[in-house]
Ligand binder design. Structure first.
Ligand code: SF4
Length: 161
């Protein structure tokens, strides 16, 4: 992480370099799940159906570099998009920092542990199905738990340790 400034995640999002912006992602995979919009109310529903490129066992994009070639509507998050969209989860590092909140204790930049996002109950690892196998997406509407970013099972566990 030589090109990353010390504690860069405390800087305003707009001040981050490209590598710092990329490194801010906690790897939860939630933004790689399909959402359904209610045509009447405009309400956005979460599903447990993942983009075809998401590795459902690691919550990582299997071809991040070339993803636009396979999934043309894949969004590259920018500060403007983060500020505009309502569907990023409350735990998303970009959403938190856009709202001037600190990163949670389980974020790997704080904990030093890439698996902590899974133990905190935030990652999609093992909880989603690929769109290739899912069938009708209407059958997959899901209420994802939204742990308060400042209080999670991971943090309770760590405090009790
Ligand atoms: S929801 Fe936010 S933190 Fe999670 S993978 Fe997507 S961009 Fe990264």
């Amino acid at each position: 992480m030589g090109e990353l400034r010390e504690r860069f995640w405390e800087l305003p999002l707009g001040d981050l370099t490209r590598p710092e912006w990329e490194a801010l992602c906690d790897g939860c995979g939630r933004c790689c799940l399909h959402k359904l919009e209610d045509a009447d109310t405009g309400e956005i529903h979460d599903t447990n159906v993942a983009c075809r490129l998401l590795d459902t066992q690691t919550a990582r994009c299997s071809d991040y570099r070339n993803r636009k070639a396979f999934v043309p509507d894949c969004l590259r998050l920018t500060l403007r998009i983060v500020e505009q969209v309502s569907w990023l989860p409350s735990t998303c590092a970009y959403r938190l920092r856009a709202d001037a909140h600190p990163l949670p204790q389980w974020h790997y930049l704080i904990s030093g542990d890439r698996d902590a996002v899974r133990r905190a109950g935030v990652s999609v690892i093992g909880r989603v199905v690929s769109e290739i196998d899912a069938g009708p997406i209407e059958h997959h509407i899901t209420d994802w738990p939204s742990p308060r970013p400042d209080r999670t099972a991971y943090e309770a566990e760590e405090e009790g340790a």
